[in-house]
Design a protein around this ligand. Structure first.
Ligand SMILES: [Zn+2]
Length: 156
């Protein structure tokens, strides 16, 4: 047991299982927009599962290149689907993702959007193959407009 209670949530415990798993990048700048997209557009339960690592879905494309990373993801998604009865997986990538930018080989800073979209599609195909009972959706979030910029989500 911990020594000292430092905080008590005002929200009563509710054991409802989430039906949806969101897989996204860790980048906290995008989190409020992703949260709003999930609540207002996807209309999922507040109990929705979130799995966030830098680069989001990318490890699911690494079955041949870095199988250890792929399996880390696969094992955890398998367990979630089994224990939570997940029916829907939603993968979200975002513009200017630091993970994709850092992965680039060579001196040129190319917009990684194309690679991210390819990875979303490949990962979705892989997920559908592994979990045929679960629906899979993929989206790409980016900035648009000016003063202030807004965030939009595109289906991939
Ligand atoms: Zn990112």
């Amino acid at each position: 047991m911990a020594d000292e209670i430092v905080f008590e949530s005002t929200i009563p415990w509710d054991s409802e299982r989430p039906e949806t798993l969101i897989i996204s990048c860790t980048d906290g700048r995008w989190r409020p927009y992703i949260q709003q997209f999930v609540t207002d557009f996807l209309k999922t339960s507040p109990h929705t599962d979130f799995m966030a690592v830098p680069g989001g879905i990318e490890p699911l494309t690494l079955v041949d290149l870095i199988p250890k990373d792929f399996n880390f993801f696969r094992r955890r998604i398998e367990l979630l689907i089994k224990s939570h009865g997940t029916r829907r997986i939603v993968a979200i990538a975002h513009q200017d993702c630091g993970w994709y930018i850092a992965r680039k080989i060579g001196p040129f800073r190319i917009d990684p959007r194309e690679g991210q979209i390819r990875d979303l599609r490949n990962a979705a195909a892989r997920l559908r193959e592994m979990f045929p009972e679960t629906s899979v959706e993929t989206y790409y979030a980016r900035r648009t407009g000016a003063n202030p910029e807004r965030i939009i989500f595109e289906g991939v």
